[in-house]
Write a new protein. Structure first.
Length: 189
């Protein structure tokens, strides 16, 4: 009889161990699933950290470019102020009324010669040619007929206009040189 009691107790212990094993297996499978989820979360965090590092490097590069751009803007403002000062100092001269070749009466309106902001280098030659043509036209207007109408003043006016055009062209050339040096400074980096 004691053998049967011991066998019954042993059977009860085996059933309890079996139940405990099943419970332990469920907990271990939940732990494995949690471990896999944790591994995927760590992998996603690693990917996000890599993207953040790349974004930070890009942000630093943009900050450096922004500093360079700010320096260029400051230089451009300084050169702009210098150009405006040069333009303010250049004379604005009104020429005497000039007669049209077809007309015998002089025109009533005065022609204003104002400094013009210089164009890029390829247009300088074209402007120089136009200025030379204008100077020739002005000299051509000093014909004997016009000289008879305004004999003492015409020669002085033509030479004054030519001097003004020459001075204006020199001012344009200095502004062009300043602009080129500004462009080189701005876009050197």
């Amino acid at each position: 009889m004691t053998g049967m009691i011991l066998d019954g107790v042993l059977m009860l212990l085996l059933v309890a161990a079996l139940g405990y094993g099943v419970r332990l297996e469920r907990k271990l499978s939940a732990l494995r699933a949690g471990q896999l989820a944790f591994a995927s979360a760590v992998s996603e965090l690693n990917t996000a950290a890599g993207r953040a590092e790349t974004a930070l490097a890009t942000l630093r590069a943009s900050g450096h470019e922004t500093d360079l751009l700010h320096d260029r803007i400051v230089k451009a403002r300084e050169v702009k102020a210098q150009l405006e000062a040069l333009m303010a100092r250049s004379p604005v001269v009104r020429a005497a009324p000039v007669a049209e070749p077809e007309q015998t009466e002089p025109r009533a309106a005065a022609v204003a010669i104002a400094p013009v902001v210089a164009a890029p280098a390829p247009l300088e030659d074209e402007r120089a040619l136009r200025m030379a043509a204008l100077a020739q036209r002005i000299q051509g207007l000093a014909t004997p007929v016009a000289a008879e109408q305004r004999a003492p003043q015409t020669g002085g006016n033509v030479s004054a206009i030519l001097n003004i055009l020459t001075a204006n062209q020199a001012a344009k050339q200095s502004i062009n040189q300043a602009r080129r040096s500004l462009d080189e400074d701005l876009f050197a980096a």
